[in-house]
Design a binder for this molecule. Structure first.
Ligand code: UDP
Ligand code: MN
Length: 242
């Protein structure tokens, strides 16, 4: 039996939150050996999230952390302070296992969690539906990562999405100062650089990075713009039920 895969999920209150968390929770319920660390971007934990977590029957830890009240910096990345709280908790409570940052709105094939378990140091794999290229993926030659196919290079050493890598806790413990940086769009690169890795250390998963097992999806409420195009008769004759 394997040590747990710790999924750190930052989440914040919004219309789609419960829909997203429900979909993610019910995917995770299909996978044994997970420990879900859900960190709300808030000062305190909410009842709604607490109840959802409780219903899942999963092993979980429910935390909350947000940016300090006087924090005014521009270009702050999304989910920084709550991910940091997740890291703090892991360093204190988890000895063995693998860390994966699982955003609440992505779409996960359960196979990715089985793949991730094998991570020795840092594993990498493709993420679908990103930016204009439609995919973000390590480029693998002879079993080694040589560069990244990603629409946002911007001088990044590790041009990866948050959903495209997993870290063995040994690496996290060996780099106790490594944290989630603040700067928007440089979270992944900034975090990974602090783990003292070279490209050749990265372990390609998902059949040598040839399969997409996670997608960077985004949930949108169904639009209602048609309403204003409806005639009064349509409404009155009950053709449309609201
Ligand atoms: N998130 C958060 N606080 C925020 C915005 C986002 O905790 O103020 C979380 C969000 O729930 C998600 C992750 O951070 O799990 C990434 O956010 P989002 O999906 O909005 O960013 P994108 O995928 O568009 O980069
Ligand atoms: Mn997202």
């Amino acid at each position: 039996s394997w040590p747990p895969v710790y999924l750190v999920t930052p989440t914040y209150r919004r219309t789609a939150q419960m829909a997203d968390l429900t979909r993610l929770a019910q995917t995770l319920m299909l996978v044994p050996g997970l420990h879900w660390v859900v960190v709300e971007d808030a000062e305190v934990r909410s009842e709604a999230v607490a109840e959802l977590l409780d219903r899942t029957g999963l092993r979980y830890t429910h935390l909350a952390a947000t940016k300090p009240p006087n924090f005014k910096k521009k270009f702050l990345g999304r989910g920084v302070f709550n991910r940091r709280e997740g890291l703090r908790w892991l360093r204190q409570h988890a000895t063995e296992g693998v860390l994966y940052f699982a955003d609440d709105d992505n779409t996960y094939d359960v196979r990715i969690f089985h793949e991730i378990r094998r991570t020795q140091r840092v594993s990498v794999f493709p993420v679908g539906m990103i930016l204009q290229l439609g995919i973000s993926s390590p480029v693998v030659r002879n079993g080694k990562v040589v560069k990244f196919h990603d629409g946002f290079q911007a001088g990044r050493k590790f041009a990866l999405d948050m959903a495209g890598f997993a870290v063995n806790l040994r690496v996290l413990h060996a780099n106790p100062q490594a944290t989630m940086p603040e700067r928007l769009t440089f979270l992944e690169d900034g975090f990974l650089k602090q783990l003292h890795l070279e490209l050749e250390d990265l372990e390609p998963l998902a059949s040598g990075c040839t399969e997409v097992l996670v997608w960077h999806t985004r949930t949108q409420s169904s639009p209602t713009p048609l309403l204003e195009n409806l005639s009064k008769e349509d409404m009155d004759t009950n053709l449309i039920t609201l």
